[in-house]
Design a protein around this ligand. Structure first.
Ligand code: NAI
Length: 338
C-alpha cells in the first residue's frame, strides 16, 4: 500500500495539474520561517487565499507538523513542507512570491537593531537561495530589522546579478494596520474606513505616520497628533512588553503580511490601482531605501509615490527618521560588502 504521504503527493499533483489546465488564477507562494510565531498563522491565512495555488512551507524546525496541519484545510492551495537547509532549493524553485518571516523576534528591552547579528545572516542565506532558484519572484521581507535586512537582500541579489528593485519589498504593513486601528479609535470610526499612510522605515522614529493625509479627511489636536504618533511608533514595543518575553507581534503581523501578500498577488494578476505602503529602493528622499506608498503590478512595485504635502510636525519627524534610517541602511549594506 502507498503511504499516506505518497497518496497525498499523488492527489496533490493531480489537483495542481487540474488547476493548471483549467487556467484558474493561482500563484506559487513560499513562506520561509513558516513554523514560527508569524509563520504559522501566516501559513493558515495564505492557505485560505484563493489566489494561491501552491503553498510551500519552509523552516529549519517543525515544518512537517505545520504542513500536515495546514494541508488538511479544505481550501484550494496545495501545501508542501520543506525542512532544513538541504530542502531550501526545492522549497524555492518555481515560486512567484516568497514571504520571509524567518529569524528571532524581540524580547522586552530590545530594539529591532539588537536582532541584527542573528537575522542578517539568516536573511543572507535565504536570499542567496532565492537568487539561485527563483530570481524573478517577488520578495516580501518581514525579518527585522527591516531597515537593514532589505538593504542586505538588495546587496545579495546585486552580487548574484539578479537584483530588480521592483521585486524587493520590505513589509511595513503592520505599521499601517496599527495606524488605521489607533486613528479609527480616536475618530470613533470603523478601522476599515480609515487609511493612514505610514512612511520612512520600520523601527521607532523611522515609522512616520502622515496624519495630515488621513482618509477620510480629518484634523487632530496637537495632543492627539503626539499621542497617535507615539503609539504607532511604539506599537511593536507595546506587544513585546505585554507578551513579557514570549516574543513580539505574531497574529496582527500575520494578518498584515497576508494582507500585503494578497495585494502583491492581485498586482501580479494585473489588477489596477493596488497601492500599499512598503520599504523599497526609492528616490523619494536622498536615501537609497524608504517606505512610502507604492503601486503594485505585474512586475512588483511599479510606481513609487512621492510623500505629498507634509505639515511642520511631519517635516520635523522626517528629518529624525532619515538620520536613523541612514545608519541602518549603511549597516545592512556593509554587512554584505565588508
Ligand atoms: P519566531 O522565533 O516565532 O519564528 C521565527 C521562525 O524562523 C522559527 O520557526 C525559526 O525556526 C525560523 N528560522 C530561524 N532561522 C531560519 C532559517 N535560517 N531559515 C528558515 N527559518 C528560520 O519569530 P516571529 O515572532 O515569527 O518573528 C519573526 C521575525 O519577524 C522576527 O525577526 C521579528 O522581529 C520580525 N517581525 C517583523 C515585523 C514587521 O512588521 N516587519 C513585525 C513583527 C515581527
Amino acid at each position: 500500500h502507498p503511504s499516506n504521504f505518497q497518496m497525498e503527493e499523488g492527489s496533490n499533483l493531480r489537483r495542481a495539474n487540474c488547476r493548471a489546465k483549467g487556467g484558474a488564477p493561482g500563484f506559487k507562494v513560499a513562506i520561509l520561517g513558516a513554523a514560527g510565531g508569524i509563520g504559522q498563522p501566516l501559513s493558515l491565512l495564505l492557505k485560505m487565499n484563493p489566489l494561491v495555488s501552491v503553498l510551500h512551507l519552509y523552516d529549519v524546525v517543525n515544518a512537517p507538523g505545520v504542513t500536515a496541519d495546514v494541508s488538511h484545510m479544505d481550501t484550494g492551495a496545495v501545501v508542501r513542507g520543506f525542512l532544513g537547509q538541504p530542502q531550501l532549493e526545492s522549497a524555492l524553485t518555481g515560486m512567484d512570491l516568497v514571504v520571509i518571516p524567518a529569524g528571532v523576534p524581540r524580547k522586552p528591552g530590545m530594539t529591532r537593531d539588537d536582532l541584527f547579528n542573528i537575522n542578517a545572516g539568516i536573511v543572507r542565506t535565504l536570499c542567496e537561495g532565492i537568487a539561485k532558484c527563483c530570481p524573478n519572484a517577488i520578495v516580501n521581507l518581514i525579518s527585522n530589522p527591516v531597515n537593514s535586512t532589505v538593504p542586505i537582500a538588495a546587496e545579495v541579489f546585486k552580487k548574484a546579478g539578479t537584483y530588480d528593485p521592483k521585486r524587493l519589498l520590505g513589509v511595513t504593513m503592520l505599521d499601517v494596520v496599527r495606524a488605521n486601528t489607533f486613528v479609527a479609535e480616536v475618530l470613533g470610526l470603523d478601522p476599515r474606513e480609515v487609511d493612514v499612510p505610514v512612511v520612512g522605515g520600520h523601527a521607532g522614529v523611522t515609522i512616520l505616520p502622515l496624519l495630515s493625509q488621513v482618509k477620510p479627511p480629518c484634523s487632530f489636536t496637537t495632543e492627539e497628533t503626539e499621542y497617535l504618533t507615539n503609539r504607532i511608533q511604539n506599537g511593536g514595543t507595546e506587544v513585546v512588553e505585554a507578551k513579557a518575553g514570549a516574543g513580539s507581534a505574531t497574529l496582527s503581523m500575520a494578518y498584515a503580511a497576508a494582507k500585503f501578500a494578497d495585494a502583491c498577488l492581485r498586482g501580479l494578476r494585473g489588477d489596477a490601482g493596488i497601492v500599499e505602503c512598503s520599504f523599497v529602493a526609492s528616490q523619494v528622499t536622498e536615501l537609497p531605501f524608504f517606505a512610502s506608498k507604492v503601486r503594485l503590478g505585474r512586475t512588483g512595485a511599479e510606481e513609487i509615490y512621492q510623500l505629498g504635502p507634509l505639515n511642520e510636525y511631519e517635516r520635523f519627524g522626517l528629518e529624525k527618521a532619515k538620520k536613523e534610517l541612514e545608519g541602518s541602511i549603511q549597516k545592512g549594506v556593509s554587512f554584505i560588502r565588508k
